[in-house]
Design a protein around this ligand. Structure first.
Ligand code: ATP
Ligand code: MG
Length: 399
């Protein structure tokens, strides 16, 4: 069956008044972005308080649906057949043809839900429901009417054209990116942080990212891997401004001056400081990490408190209560897992201590950091100034 449009269903809660426009405009923008690399011509628009995607000519149905399923804020995707407004006898034929093609089994229960938005159309909705229902029953003896809990709700909306639809393909839910400000994601090449980025974007937050590398200890290929991950996340989040920070000199200096068992925590604190600098510069309202309580030594409650202590912006940790298994499941679903498990070194793993502290005390850590004197400020400044900024977009997205 050829569908001419998609009716986009979104959650209505909390989007009254002015918020509604902002929500819908962001949704339209994100849908356009999602469809940029899909073969076909699409017209995304708001109409009668709804959002539609009209498809002009040939297009790939599965690919279109798959792309729409990456747009946060969409709760359901209804493929619509549009036909000209015709007399009831002719309309019956269109509806029967629709049911025959979409439900070839012909053994479901159904209910017709006609809507006469075009008030000049003869009859009332009730009469149209009955006439169309009868036509379906006559054509498909295996079908039955159930007005309370039907398998199929057959919507027939008479407007300037007739819209026929019944299937609702689930969307990802959440809120359209751009409706809840922006945040700075600390993106490593691991499994967790891309998932954290996906989850915060799902709540409508636009993301930027920062990646720390330590050439020559970490390779160009490790950096490419992070760009690949950002690109996969950007299929959901929209374009990501990625800051690539050279962390080598800072790491070597910390290694030289501080107790090795505190290395990871101190490094983390410097990562947070740098990430916060970029976040504030770009008006981000928070930082985001892929941390989860107790996953490794640097993620105990004490370690998290020690890293948190240097931040003035809120730090969001969407995975905080997740087990690794649950995080892996999401990363498989969103397609980042295969890239995350590619074996490239991360700057955090090259200088790790054999026995890192698991219960750091903020005062000791602060004391150890005193050994770093002014030189660390210079190194920070150099790292900030030399950061490379890359705008990462999903493949096929326009410049
Ligand atoms: P991930 O899978 O996200 O790398 P992980 O389990 O390996 O997480 P850690 O390496 O302890 O955990 O990192 C904790 C968090 O710190 C990461 O989720 C990420 O947000 C941030 N982080 C770690 N390394 C880097 C890095 N090289 N660049 C940017 N952020 C990083
Ligand atoms: Mg990691």
């Amino acid at each position: 069956m050829r569908f001419h449009s998609f009716l986009i269903k979104y959650g209505e809660i909390g989007i009254k008044g002015k918020n509604r426009y902002m929500f819908e405009d962001a949704l339209v923008r994100q849908i356009r972005y999602a469809l940029q690399d899909v073969d076909g011509k699409f017209y995304v628009h708001k109409c009668h308080g709804r959002v539609y995607v009209d498809c002009d000519g040939e297009y790939d149905f599965d690919e279109t649906v798959e792309s729409l399923q990456k747009v946060f804020g969409i709760v359901g995707i209804c493929p619509v057949v549009r036909t000209a407004v015709k007399e009831l006898e002719e309309l019956k034929k269109d509806v029967v043809a629709y049911v025959g093609e979409v439900y070839p089994e012909g053994n479901q229960t159904f209910k017709v839900e006609a809507r006469r938005a075009n008030k000049s159309y003869p009859g009332n909705s009730m009469e149209i429901n009955c006439a169309l229902g009868e036509a379906v029953l006559d054509a498909f003896p295996g079908m039955k009417v159930d007005v309370h809990n039907p398998d199929i709700r057959l919507n027939v909306e008479i407007r300037e054209e007739v819209y026929i639809y019944s299937r609702i393909i689930p969307g990802p839910g959440g809120m359209p990116v751009g409706t809840n400000g922006s945040a700075m994601l600390l993106l490593s090449g691991g499994i967790d942080s891309p998932v954290a980025g996906y989850m915060i974007a799902k709540r409508g937050v636009e993301i930027e990212a920062v990646y720390f590398h330590a050439p020559p200890y970490t390779s160009e290929r490790a950096k490419e891997k992070v760009i690949d991950l950002a690109r996969l996340v950007s299929e959901y989040s929209g374009p990501i401004k990625l800051h690539v920070v050279n962390f080598t000199d800072i790491q070597l200096y910390i290694y030289e001056k501080c107790p090795h068992e505190e290395l990871t925590i101190i490094m983390r604190r410097y990562m947070m400081r740098i990430a916060e600098h970029f976040a504030k510069k770009d008006g981000c309202l928070g930082l985001v990490t892929g941390e989860s309580i107790g996953q490794v030594a640097s993620q105990t409650m004490q370690s998290l408190a020690a890293t948190n202590a240097v931040c003035t912006l809120p730090v969001y940790r969407p995975l905080i209560g997740f087990d690794k298994r649950e995080i892996v499941e999401i990363s498989e679903k969103i397609g980042t897992y295969e890239v995350s498990i590619q074996p490239f070194e991360d700057c955090c793993t090259i200088f790790v201590a054999k026995h890192p502290v698991t219960k750091p005390n903020v005062e000791w850590i602060e004391k150890s950091e005193k050994n770093l004197d002014e030189k660390i400020d210079e190194l920070m400044q150099a790292a900030l100034e030399s950061a490379e900024v890359i705008t990462v977009k999903k493949r096929g997205a326009e410049e």
